[in-house]
Write a protein that binds this ligand. Structure first.
Ligand SMILES: [Zn+2]
Ligand SMILES: [Zn+2]
Length: 258
């Protein structure tokens, strides 16, 4: 399996996953043109993408969806509970992920996992090929045991580390209502909450984590990395020894091969 974070953060989120038989995008939060450009950098022809999995209908996850999916006739998958809100925003027929949350694209197993966010349905995804599993879990206000149990056993996990709480609270450009939304149980995962979740995930075997969906105003790669590695270290987990932590870039950089 080959996995690349094509874009991450409030400007747009896209993750590319390639198996022997199948090419998948999780979300398409950049314009169609920019997505084409970035796929080309990876030497991936846009028309060869088999499917796009949508987490939820916020624009940083679907900006290029309508144009891309209509241009290349790409199949789009969205959970049953997110179908209507998405259809109000795009003119494209979607395939519905059923309530049992598990399905296949070719021979690749997909699991949709409900996460708490301020939409009707936000899905994290686990993607499984043979014994290999990766998970993408962003846009959630908090985690719980059920969510962590669902993504445990993943060889690679992209998890949200959206903001540093103090930086967000001190940000003069954000109105109180927006701060409250971000901090709520259905908002976004702070470095603190992300660190707590990652600690549990490492204890249950996770060895490769990518901090994702960082706010450009209320966080920085260095801040998120240092804070989270500090919490891990307090729990006896050493970055580089017990787990590898990367920070997702706003442009395609690292390609993970599993
Ligand atoms: Zn969102
Ligand atoms: Zn988002």
């Amino acid at each position: 399996m080959r996995v690349c974070n094509i874009s991450s953060g409030s400007d747009g989120n896209i993750t590319y996953i390639e198996t022997q038989t199948t090419k998948i995008l999780v979300d398409i939060g950049l314009s169609c043109k920019e997505t084409e450009k970035r796929l080309n950098l990876l030497k991936v022809a846009p028309e060869s993408v088999d499917a796009i999995l949508i987490s939820h209908e916020h624009s940083d996850h679907i900006k290029g969806l309508e144009n891309f999916a209509n241009k290349y006739k790409t199949k789009v998958f969205v959970h049953q509970d997110g179908y209507n809100p998405l259809c109000k925003k795009i003119n494209k027929e979607c395939k519905i992920i059923p309530y049992n949350n598990d399905f296949f694209i070719n021979d690749v197993g997909i699991k949709s996992i409900a996460v708490p966010h301020d939409v009707n349905r936000c899905s994290a995804y686990s993607i499984i090929e043979n014994e290999k599993k990766i998970s993408i879990i962003t846009d959630l206000g908090h985690t719980n045991n059920e969510i962590l149990k669902n993504i445990s056993g993943s060889a690679l996990i992209f998890i949200e580390a959206n903001h540093d709480i103090e930086t967000l609270l001190a940000n003069p450009n954000y109105p109180t209502s927006l701060k409250n939304r971000i901090l709520s149980l259905r908002g976004h995962l702070s470095n603190k909450d992300s660190a707590r979740a990652i600690t549990e995930l490492v204890k249950s075997g996770a060895r490769q984590i990518v901090l994702s969906h960082l706010s450009s105003e209320n966080n920085s790669p260095q801040l998120a990395f240092n804070y989270i590695c500090g919490v891990l270290s307090d729990n006896g987990i050493i970055e580089g020894e017990n787990v590898k932590i990367d920070v997702a870039s706003t442009v395609p950089k690292a390609i993970f091969k599993l």
